[in-house]
Design a protein around this ligand. Structure first.
Ligand code: HEC
Ligand code: HEC
Ligand code: HEC
Ligand code: HEC
Length: 425
């Protein structure tokens, strides 16, 4: 996310080979220092990495059905599936508007273009068998930001671990291939600078390597912009990519994923292996611990509905929480339901809408202003939770706006104050 220098959820800790070696020498070392000094310890083999087998066909079939149920095609292109119709497609419609291709008067288009910032680009779900199935299941269950150039993230859907595993099986059905022998990390480090990889990619926690100013392949401005928007933070690649697929990817990304914004940069196979070694082996600084999110104190001045409506609810929220009658029967995923969510019937487009609350898990209406046990009004807690998600935590409340840039703390403070003042019109 542009405004939040990639933090993401900490990937599961993995012992580096160096750590494993030092642990091993601790076990044998102190007991008999004389013997260990005279007899060199045998070189320990790298821990055997089990290749992922083909997925269980029953899990693949369940996962395919879940792709329909969770309406993944409302944001992603998925091979073999019809894209969502334009009036349901959260990305295509925004793209058409920005490209001036949406049927609306020019003044209206210009106004809209000035407002749309989210869900303007997402990666296509093609060639996903380059990913580790186990990583994908964990990440779908608790997604963190992968692409710092996109200001929307994969939304935290209402997925159990079994459903996440079935979706991962559907997206990565094939068995993993054995990787070619690793290349030289030091050579990879040189190539990383010489081939300008850092022009598009962030690599959080890795040493800073200045990219050569000129890309080895010509790209037009539009290609470069898409590359910058969609390039993943390479910090997560060692967790998420299958090693054999990583080398194949570096040699020819469009062959693996037609239409990908990563260009094919000419490389010898040994160079691709060296780059793969660098990307997966260079030691990384640990991520900072998630910062606790501050609920700001209430303001002394009066806050009216007009102010919170303009700054918060009609800016972002009502695009998913609108009045279904006004919006031709679909009040958005936060009202009528969608992306696998049951209808919450929460209308944030008007004073009376917000006052009538939402539908809880027990099917009964409840207030979104009522305080949770810690005293925070429910609607405020959901907005603070989005800050916590971006910090890398997995808070109990689902962060709002779902998968989008958090509402600035000073605007959350306005809503908090407005509620405490008895919600003046
Ligand atoms: C509201 C839009 C939206 C919906 C609905 C959605 N996604 Fe995503 N998804 C995103 C965005 C945005 C990203 C890019 C996130 C990033 O890279 O940090 C993403 C990324 C992904 C990725 C990572 C792909 C890669 O190459 O790194 C996978 C896999 C994925 N989504 C699967 C799914 C599945 C499966 C569903 C349905 C269960 C789904 N998404 C529904 C918006 C959405
Ligand atoms: C039929 C076209 C269309 C579809 C489909 C659509 N939008 Fe929008 N969206 C718009 C327009 C037009 C605006 C700008 C409205 C304005 O200027 O007030 C907008 C603005 C937004 C905004 C506020 C601006 C921003 O970028 O933060 C959000 C959030 C948003 N849309 C989310 C969604 C989501 C989520 C979906 C899918 C559930 C969706 N949209 C589907 C047309 C669409
Ligand atoms: C023009 C921008 C651009 C340049 C230059 C570039 N990449 Fe990429 N790279 C991307 C994009 C965009 C993606 C994601 C493609 C997709 O998901 O469709 C990507 C994906 C990757 C991935 C997969 C990472 C993951 O976690 O999914 C690796 C590894 C990678 N690039 C390494 C490199 C290396 C090494 C270089 C230099 C030789 C390089 N890239 C140069 C844009 C770029
Ligand atoms: C991209 C779509 C989207 C956007 C934008 C969005 N929401 Fe939501 N919202 C949802 C969905 C879907 C749910 C249902 C989640 C669930 O059932 O766990 C929801 C649920 C909620 C709930 C919980 C209701 C309850 O009783 O559990 C609150 C409160 C809420 N949203 C507030 C907001 C606010 C405030 C904003 C703007 C800052 C916002 N939402 C923006 C999709 C969205």
């Amino acid at each position: 996310m542009r405004r939040h220098p990639v933090i993401g959820r900490r990937p599961p800790a993995r012992l580096s080979l160096v750590a494993v070696l030092s642990l091993m020498s601790c076990e044998t070392g102190p007991k008999d220092p004389v013997e260990t000094a005279s007899v060199p310890a045998p070189t320990p083999a790298a821990p055997p990495v089990a290749l992922e087998p083909a997925a269980d066909p029953a899990a693949v079939a369940r996962g395919q059905a879940l792709i329909d149920r969770f309406e993944c095609v409302r944001c992603h292109d998925i091979p073999g599936r019809e894209p969502a119709p334009l009036e349901k497609h959260c990305v295509r419609c925004h793209q058409d508007i920005l490209a001036g291709q949406f049927p609306a008067p020019p003044e209206t288009l210009r106004e809209w273009q000035g407002h749309i910032v989210h869900l303007t680009d997402v990666p296509a779900l093609r060639g996903t068998d380059r990913l580790r199935r186990a990583w994908l299941a964990d990440w779908l269950h608790a997604p963190h930001d992968l692409r710092p150039g996109l200001n929307s993230t994969m939304p935290r859907l209402s997925l159990g671990t079994a459903e996440a595993a079935d979706l991962a099986a559907a997206l990565v059905p094939d068995a993993e291939a054995a990787a070619p022998p690793p290349g030289a990390e030091g050579r990879g480090r040189e190539l990383f600078g010489a081939k300008s990889c850092g022009l598009c990619h962030r690599f959080t926690g890795a040493p800073n390597i200045a990219p050569a100013p000129k890309l080895p392949v010509p790209l037009d401005e539009a290609q470069l912009q898409r590359g910058l928007a969609q390039a993943p933070d390479l910090r997560f690649t060692r967790e998420r990519m299958r090693p054999a697929a990583l080398v194949a990817w570096l040699l020819d990304p469009p062959r693996h994923k037609p239409g990908t914004p990563m260009p094919k940069i000419p490389l010898e196979e040994a160079d691709a292996r060296a780059l793969a070694a660098y990307v997966t082996e260079v030691p990384l600084e640990p991520l900072p611990a998630p910062k606790p999110v501050q609920r700001l104190p209430l303001l002394d001045r009066r806050v009216t509905w007009a102010e919170v409506e303009a700054k918060v609810f009609k800016k972002t929220c009502w695009h998913c929480h609108s009045d279904p009658d006004y919006a031709r029967g679909d009040g958005g995923p936060g009202n009528s339901g969608g992306y696998g969510f049951a209808p919450r019937r929460l209308d944030l487009a008007s004073y009376t809408g917000i006052a009538s609350g939402s539908v809880g898990d027990d099917g009964k209406r409840r207030s979104v202003f009522a305080p949770l046990p810690d005293g925070t009004p429910r609607i405020v807690a959901h907005m603070l939770a989005r800050h916590a998600e971006v910090e890398g935590a997995a808070p109990e409340q689902r962060g709002m706006p779902l998968g989008l840039t958090p509402v600035p703390l000073t605007d959350i403070q306005l809503v908090d104050t407005w509620i405490a003042q008895g919600r003046p019109q």
